[in-house]
Design a binder for this molecule. Structure first.
Ligand code: PGA
Ligand code: MG
Length: 216
């Protein structure tokens, strides 16, 4: 049985909020609604695109019947994004390379739509790095339900697992799945560290190898 490291995507491996902000603001301003600043947009991220769209609608008092077209337009822009507004956090590429060299099985468990996640992984040249990618729309459940994380663990054939994420949702998922959790503190969390359950935390990927040595 394999050792596996499973990552969340937005706010954990990549700083993608400016890309998401651009997609939402393009759709919102095309309909005459005020755009969102980055902190406000970040406050909508974490529970997947349907929730993000609903929160952005509520913030501009947009009625429910517009939901489907707004959602689909944002998704189309996401899926066609050129990645220029998305940046891997410092040290991520080196960490992934290291993990691969050491023989870890790698997976992604994100609430980003799977197509958009695969698109950005391709743009970053990471499409061969992760053996399994489960997005917010891959299964009938999304994080914090444990089943997406369970599904990644199972597909990787992992006996020993670390989940790495940046948010309350990731922490809750790891607790539910009974998986060890490392919190990247520089992503899109909304609460103080003391309120997010975690086994490990780090603010820089330089510190990641120390966590690995402890877990495995
Ligand atoms: O799409 C979201 O809301 C969050 O995506 P994440 O699960 O990769 O952080
Ligand atoms: Mg995240």
């Amino acid at each position: 049985m394999a050792k596996a490291v499973i990552f969340d995507l937005d706010g954990t491996l990549i700083d993608s909020a400016p890309e998401i902000q651009d997609a939402v603001n393009r759709v919102w301003t095309s309909r005459g609604f005020e755009p969102f600043d980055l902190p406000t947009l970040i406050s909508f991220v974490g529970n997947g695109l349907p929730t993000l769209v609903r929160l952005a609608m509520e913030a501009r008092d947009i009625q429910g019947e517009a939901y489907r077209s707004l959602h689909d337009e944002v998704l189309d822009i996401y899926n066609a994004a050129d990645g220029s507004l998305t940046k891997p956090y410092e040290g991520v590429s080196e960490t992934l390379e290291d993990l691969s060299l050491q023989g870890f099985r790698l997976g992604i468990c994100t609430n980003k739509p799977e197509g958009a996640a695969r698109h950005v992984l391709r743009l970053l040249g990471w499409d061969d790095v992760f053996e399994v990618v489960i997005g917010g729309d891959t299964l009938a459940w999304r994080k914090p339900d444990r089943r997406p994380l369970d599904a990644v663990c199972e597909a990787l054939g992992a006996s020993s697992v670390l989940y790495v994420g940046d948010s309350e949702v990731d922490a809750e998922t790891a607790v539910a799945a009974n998986v060890k959790f490392a919190l990247f503190t520089e992503g899109y969390r909304k609460s103080p560290l003391s309120q997010i359950p975690h086994d490990y935390r780090f603010s820089n990927y330089d510190a990641f190898s120390k966590i690995l040595m402890d877990v495995f």
